[in-house]
Design a protein around this ligand. Structure first.
Ligand code: NAI
Ligand SMILES: O=C(O)C(=O)[C@H](O)COP(=O)(O)O
Length: 387
């Protein structure tokens, strides 16, 4: 049976994974409509497509795959009620988000003349991203506080209350966007909770924009000039609040998870789900397609101080300041153009995102006598070679 697949044009390796399963139509994810699905058996999306009754009603779609970790754009109840198979890609780009946070922390440290180990970092949501971040930071010697009402400390380590977490130097958000129940995360960080943070705290949001009340954050930063925000995600994307961007210490266009490794892993995971749903044998594996990294090796001498080596290695793998600079200049240019330019520019930055690899793909050579440096770089996830 040939499966007709409608796929977001920004999903990589669509032909490589799916061409021998059926026919493929690529469409723009942001503007996908019910008309695009008239002949579809399977739908593959990213986070920018709202998958709900108005998209699917009247179609013959039997499977929906989202090549993303987040699933807040998918009405899973509707899929279940209509017997439509579903697969997301849990954890696919968790490593990339962790790399983003490490690069962000290295910039924050530079601006304050601090080392990683001078900070207490709070993690809100200890799932795939939060737990990997916790492991990396703790092994690097950073003090971590974590909160997650749905997790057992036996599985994810010690947990504290949200009140305690608000007292950390850095608060990094890693929850899904949810709107129902006692622990709903929409506007989890609101004006009142911002008030309870340290005046010079740093809030990092790389999960979903609406987990933070963006208006309250902007007002808080106006009143507390020492407060820092590092923002990858924005309420109402692809709309962007330029004022908030200008106040943020680092601003990026929802690309924290955009490593090649993470994106391709996402495709492989939905491929496996689609094969299972249609009873097709799994013939393709990510390793067939993932290229070798371009930078082969970063080499350190024994003279390099620990923090400098760590910063250099992290930024050789992922330099957040480049993404920040590209976004600011593109957005400022767009703000002088007409209606819709900011939205279009936000999406264009994402579509044309340059190649980036996960930290564990970067080999780092360290003198064999520098055991502490080797251990710290391994803790941060690097492929360390003693030389
Ligand atoms: N900026 C980007 O490019 C990316 C953003 N994301 C976002 O990050 C989110 C987290 O990713 P994962 O860790 O892989 O998801 P996950 O589902 O593995 O973990 C989320 C954790 O948050 C916890 N949680 C839920 N409500 C909470 C609350 N009120 N307070 C504290 N914890 C709460 C859950 O119990 C769970 O342990 C995703 O849902 C997605 O929206 C994910 C990948 C890339
Ligand atoms: O995996 C997720 O969840 C994300 O946030 C994705 O990295 C977002 O990428 P797009 O699906 O919006 O391209």
């Amino acid at each position: 049976m040939a499966v007709h697949i409608v796929a977001d044009e920004n999903i990589p390796l669509i032909d490589e994974f799916f061409a021998d399963i059926g026919t493929i139509t690529r469409v723009a994810g942001r503007t996908m409509s019910a008309a695009d699905l008239s002949a579809a058996d399977a739908l593959l999306v990213r986070s920018v497509t709202q998958v709900n009754e108005s998209l699917l009603a009247g179609s013959n779609v039997k499977f929906v795959g989202t090549a993303t970790i987040g699933t807040d754009h998918v009405d899973q109840d509707y899929l279940q009620q209509h017997n439509i198979g579903f697969r997301s890609a849990p954890g696919c780009n968790a490593q990339a988000v962790v790399d983003y946070i490490l690069s962000a922390l290295s910039v924050l440290n530079d601006s304050r003349g601090q080392a990683f180990t001078d900070l207490t970092v709070a993690i809100v949501g200890v799932g795939n991203v939060g737990l990997l971040l916790r492991q990396r930071l703790e092994e690097m010697g950073v003090a971590v506080l974590a909160v997650d009402p749905f997790k057992d400390p036996q599985d994810v380590g010690e947990l504290v209350s949200l009140d305690e977490v608000l007292q950390a130097d850095v608060i990094s958000l890693h929850t899904p966007l949810t709107t129902d129940g006692e622990h709903a995360t929409r506007h989890l960080i609101n004006a009142e909770r911002l008030q309870r943070m340290k005046p010079d705290a740093c809030l990092i949001n790389s999960c979903r924009g609406a987990v933070v009340d963006n208006r309250a954050l902007q007002q808080h930063m106006l009143a507390q000039p020492e407060f820092e925000a590092i923002l990858d995600v924005w309420e109402n994307e692809p709309e962007l609040d330029l004022e908030l961007m200008n106040r943020a210490m680092l601003a990026t266009p929802h690309i924290a998870g955009y490593s090649l490794d993470g994106k391709m892993r996402g495709t492989e995971m939905v491929y496996q789900g689609l094969c299972e749903c249609f009873g097709v044998p799994v013939r393709r594996k990510l390793a067939q397609f993932l290229p070798e990294p371009g930078i082969k090796m970063v080499t350190f001498t024994d003279q390099v101080p620990m923090n400098q080596a760590l910063r250099t290695a992290i930024r050789a793998a992922y330099e957040i300041r480049v993404d920040d600079g590209v976004m600011r200049s593109a957005m400022i240019r767009a703000s002088h153009q007409g209606d819709g330019s900011l939205r279009a520019t936000f999406d264009q930055l994402r579509r044309d995102y340059p190649l980036r690899r996960d930290i564990p793909r970067l080999k780092v050579a360290v003198p064999s006598k520098c055991h502490d440096l080797q251990d710290t770089l391994k803790a941060a996830g690097f492929d360390v070679r003693a030389k």
